[in-house]
Design a protein around this ligand. Structure first.
Ligand SMILES: Nc1ncnc2c1ncn2[C@@H]1O[C@H](COP(=O)(O)OP(=O)(O)OP(=O)(O)O)[C@@H](O)[C@H]1O
Length: 349
């Protein structure tokens, strides 16, 4: 297996909420806690989980829109987590983002052509002809007519605006695109067109995707691997087919059980999960899922379960379904073999 394009190691983001009476009492939102994963060139890693579990915070940390509290973000081996503005610039063009709401993320006063060539012009001066040729090429790539370069965002449909967002993300020929709920604002038929476009572009250009979604049917359609998050942590990371055929973590099982089933012949798993997602300001002790878990035992209340590699290449954080004795001997011997080492499924291949 080649070195990953992106490697995230023990990434953590805590937001301090205002000022308390004493310094010690400032409440902290534990948005992302000790998250590790990697992305290979050309693959699609999906991140799923309920609202507030930390998906968008991961996207913002990777794009360096938010500063990590701790952890490393390695692109081709270079840690960009600590880089300052100028040094970061060169790496910025390697990663681009597509947003949920294409309308609010596009400047309403610029034409489609100006919008999609703007990132390239931030890096190099383009002549009028070069700009026009680039705009025509990018619009064609995303299945739009080059004539559309003169239109304003308000003159385009929702699907066309999202295509524009994709064209803009492509303009710097990135190695990785982070798509945060990129199709959730669109009609189902338009969603399918945009997903197919993304998959075609990936095949043609070898781009890797981090696809953030709360919609499991979208994830099942597009993902190579899936990371399931609960209250800031990854609880299961598995190849897409294996995850949907045989979810191991009780939370993954519950998410799949709760999702609408398009195929009525498919057998539904029955895992009742009660209660609300707890607050990330005061997460439960041990496994954060234990108050809602039908399988919870005493240990789940006391200890945070490490991500443990399973025989089929997935990693799971669950004292009941993936007890730590599953860790292969060479991994248990590894110093500090907790989350950082075992969350890396490629170590197992
Ligand atoms: N700037 C901020 N200040 C304080 N708390 C924040 C901030 N940004 C996010 N949070 C909190 O961090 C947690 C994770 O938020 P995040 O937006 O990453 O979740 P999410 O999984 O993307 O949810 P959604 O699907 O609703 O966007 C939430 O509890 C959120 O309220």
């Amino acid at each position: 297996m080649s070195d990953p394009l992106l490697k995230v190691e023990t990434l953590t983001k805590h937001y301090a909420l205002g000022a308390g009476f004493l310094k010690m009492t400032i409440p902290v939102v534990r948005a992302v806690e000790d998250v590790s994963f990697s992305v290979q060139a050309g693959e699609t890693l999906c991140i799923v989980g309920e609202s507030g579990c930390g998906k968008s915070t991961i996207a913002r940390l990777l794009m360096r829109i938010a500063e990590p509290t701790s952890g490393r973000i390695l692109i081709d081996g270079t840690d960009i987590a600590g880089l300052k503005r100028q040094a970061l610039r060169a790496w910025r063009r390697r990663m681009q983002m597509i947003f949920q709401d294409p309308y609010s993320s596009l400047n309403p006063r610029l034409t489609a052509g100006q919008i999609i060539t703007e990132p390239a012009e931030n890096f190099e001066r383009l002549s009028r002809n070069q700009r026009k040729a680039l705009a025509a090429d990018l619009l064609t790539k995303v299945g739009m007519s080059p004539e559309m370069m003169h239109r304003l965002p308000s003159e385009l449909s929702g699907g066309q605006r999202q295509r524009l967002g994709i064209a803009r993300a492509l303009s710097l020929q990135p190695s990785l695109i982070i798509a945060d709920e990129a199709v959730s604002a669109l009609d189902v038929s338009v969603q399918a067109q945009i997903l197919n476009l993304l998959m075609d572009l990936q095949q043609q250009m070898g781009i890797a995707f981090i696809f953030i979604s709360h919609d499991l049917s979208v994830v099942e359609h597009i993902g190579d691997r899936v990371a399931v998050m609960y209250l800031g942590r990854i609880v299961e990371l598995a190849p897409c087919d294996a995850l949907f055929a045989n979810p191991v973590h009780p939370y993954t099982e519950a998410l799949i059980a709760a999702a609408p089933v398009p195929d009525p012949t498919r057998v539904r798993l029955e895992v009742p999960v009660e209660g609300e997602v707890p607050s990330p300001i005061n997460p439960p002790s041990g496994c954060a899922f234990h108050p809602r878990c039908p399988l919870a035992v005493e240990r789940c209340r006391l200890e945070v379960p490490p991500l443990v590699p399973m025989a089929d290449g997935r990693v799971v954080a669950c004292h009941v379904r993936a007890p730590a004795s599953h860790i292969p001997v060479d991994l248990t011997a590894r110093e500090n073999s907790s989350l950082a080492a075992v969350a890396e499924p490629h170590l197992l291949s």
